[in-house]
Design a protein around this ligand. Structure first.
Ligand SMILES: [Zn+2]
Length: 304
């Protein structure tokens, strides 16, 4: 079964300037690398649909959603937090970014696809139920998880977050939800400076600055894999950030695209073992454009 990539041109109309690291060149870099890899012939590329307010409200307070809508400017920029700006096209982009995750859940749960990567922006995993944060407006992966639980009656959804930053928003949204096992690796100490101690349903893997992919692989195998096997997920969701790459100057880990291929392969094996191969991955960070594009292609190749 082919691997699917979902995106939408609206995601690239969110543009708060090329001096902001979270800019449209990121998705262009991914498209360019997919094109030059030759993979376009073996992956299924589709346009995402937009989410609606009801779907966003699966993971966010309605008052927060209304505040984002009312703050959306017709010109210029509005800052939702110190790092997160929106302009007149940002709300539409955020609705398509969240909608991609929902559409991807439909595709895998209805048996049309197995592994789906959502090439979307703005990213989502820092956004809490009532707070934009760290370039994120709506928490795309949390909305996808809530949708999968509600729409398909799932009882066990695993979320793997290998972005270099901890997915604080995802942790906050699922803190009291026993249907979700959240596993997050991150450089520590580093933004967003959350407590590195996890719980049985929120596994945290703090990684020292300068550490290589081997440290992640070892902890994944010895700590996360047994917990994931015991949990027996019915669906695997991935907050796929690529800013732990050694070429990415946003942080200080030393991963390479081979590490992303390894993670993708491990997750596919796990998905085949427990949930019919169903994986939905949403793009989070990744700011070194060439490394980002190469890492996404490495992940897609591992799935193919
Ligand atoms: Zn990040």
């Amino acid at each position: 079964m082919p691997v699917t990539v979902l995106s939408h041109p609206a995601c690239n109309r969110h543009n708060v300037g090329s001096d902001h690291p979270e800019n449209p060149a990121r998705l262009h870099a991914i498209s360019d690398q997919i094109l030059s890899s030759g993979l376009e012939f073996v992956i299924h590329q589709r346009d995402a649909k937009a989410a609606d307010v009801e779907q966003i409200a699966l993971a966010h307070d309605r008052a927060y959603i209304q505040s984002v809508i009312s703050k959306s400017p017709s010109a210029g920029q509005v800052w939702l937090d110190d790092d997160t700006a929106i302009m007149n096209k940002s709300l539409e982009a955020a609705m398509y970014a969240a909608g991609a995750g929902i559409m991807a859940v439909d595709l895998v749960m209805q048996g049309h696809d197995q592994q789906v990567f959502c090439a979307i922006r703005p990213p989502g995993h820092h956004a809490e139920s009532a707070q934009a944060m760290g370039f994120c407006v709506f928490n795309n992966i949390a909305i996808a998880a809530k949708y999968a639980l509600a729409q398909f009656g799932l009882r066990r959804v695993a979320i793997i977050d290998f972005d270099v930053h901890h997915g604080n928003g995802t942790e906050q949204i699922f803190r009291t939800d026993e249907r979700v096992l959240f596993c997050s690796s991150f450089e520590h100490p580093f933004y967003p400076y959350t407590d590195p101690i996890g719980t049985p349903l929120c596994l945290k893997m703090p990684l020292a600055a300068g550490s290589q992919g081997a440290a992640f692989r070892q902890a994944f195998t010895s700590e996360w894999l047994p917990a994931l096997r015991a949990f027996q997920p019915e669906l695997i969701l991935v907050s796929a950030g690529f800013d732990a790459h050694q070429e990415d100057e946003m942080a200080h880990l030393k991963w390479t695209e081979h590490d992303y291929a390894w993670i993708a392969s491990e997750l596919k094996q796990l998905a085949q073992e427990y949930c019919g191969g169903r994986i939905v991955a949403c793009l989070e960070g990744g700011y070194a454009h060439s490394a980002l594009g190469r890492s996404v292609v490495a992940m897609l190749k591992a799935w193919i």
